[in-house]
Design a protein around this ligand. Structure first.
Ligand SMILES: [Zn+2]
Length: 304
């Protein structure tokens, strides 16, 4: 059995919805991350089942990508709880600044929610019998936090560390250097007495050293060839979009590619290959179809 410690439940989800962690507390439970809005109903149903009538009082987001907070609004409707977001993102949520929150540049869906407070690096959150230190984890997202319970050696790592890698380094897609941040966060994790990692996606795992090693070699590859990371980022964004839509007609998909600002940024960052965005985007799509990551039926492209 995984050494997760008392009063902690992991709802392992897929890639479109992040994992959800439920922590027992004295006045009710606390939820860490709420998944994607497409799965919001399922998230509420899973939580209701797990809570068994107990109240859900707090929701904390590690960061505000649409796959980590897309269920916030639905969860807020279901339970009278307070939502706490990373301190660096609080203003953007309150103003619903879709540019700063990434939903405009990625053209990803996220139902509007409200935040009642924030969590900041350095804080210790006492939830039930456990104490979680909030740590800054920039790189994948500049404002992301991770949570560490030193007594039980449990790390909620969001998208800073997965069993096989880490999330796309979003600032890099916009031309802002962030590979150093990724490396620093891996150093930080390596220095902690971690026995079990609950990642943002995928199953919890205990071989932290091996995961760190895989992430470091992945990071070294991206550093050696930033173009590789940009191409990887473009593919992830396109795949994610099809996970949101499930399927889309080719003309609408081509429009989405053209109108997604981050796709245009990536193309610029790659020094505008093929000379024309549409030609490059078509090749990107073809690569995902050829490798079987996406499927095509006549004029319809679908998620596999
Ligand atoms: Zn993320």
């Amino acid at each position: 059995m995984l050494p997760l410690g008392p009063g902690l439940h992991v709802l392992e989800r897929g890639w479109l919805s992040s994992n959800n962690v439920l922590l027992d507390g004295d006045d009710g439970a606390t939820l860490i991350d709420s998944g994607h809005s497409v799965h919001a109903e399922q998230t509420v149903a899973l939580l209701r089942q797990l809570l068994g009538g107990k109240p859900l009082r707090h929701l904390i987001n590690t960061h505000l990508h649409s796959d980590h907070c897309g269920g916030n609004a639905a969860v807020q409707r279901e339970w009278a709880l307070d939502v706490r977001v990373p301190s660096g993102s609080l203003k953007a949520v309150q103003a619903w600044d879709e540019q700063a929150l990434s939903y405009a540049p990625t053209r990803q869906r996220c139902e509007r929610y409200t935040a009642q407070g924030s969590v900041a690096p350095g804080q210790v959150l006492s939830i039930g019998t456990r104490h979680w230190e909030v740590m800054a984890a920039p790189g994948h997202d500049p404002e992301s936090v991770i949570l560490f319970d030193a007594i039980h050696g449990v790390l909620i790592s969001a998208d800073a560390l997965w069993e096989n890698g880490f999330g796309v380094v979003f600032p890099e897609l916009d031309g802002d250097a962030a590979f150093d941040d990724v490396g620093c966060v891996l150093d930080l994790i390596e220095a902690l007495p971690v026995r079990c990692v609950i990642p943002g996606h995928g199953a919890p795992f205990t071989d932290v050293a091996a995961a760190l090693q895989r992430s470091r070699s992945r990071l070294a590859g991206f550093r050696a060839s930033p173009e590789r990371h940009l191409r990887h980022g473009a593919k992830v964004l396109l795949k994610y979009h099809l996970m949101e839509e499930r399927e889309q007609a080719l003309p609408a998909l081509r429009d989405w590619l053209r109108d997604t600002p981050l796709m245009q940024s990536i193309w610029s960052g790659l020094a505008r290959p093929e000379g024309e965005f549409a030609v490059w985007a078509e090749r990107l799509l073809q690569e995902l179809l050829t490798s079987g990551v996406l499927g095509r039926r006549g004029d319809i492209v679908y998620d596999v």
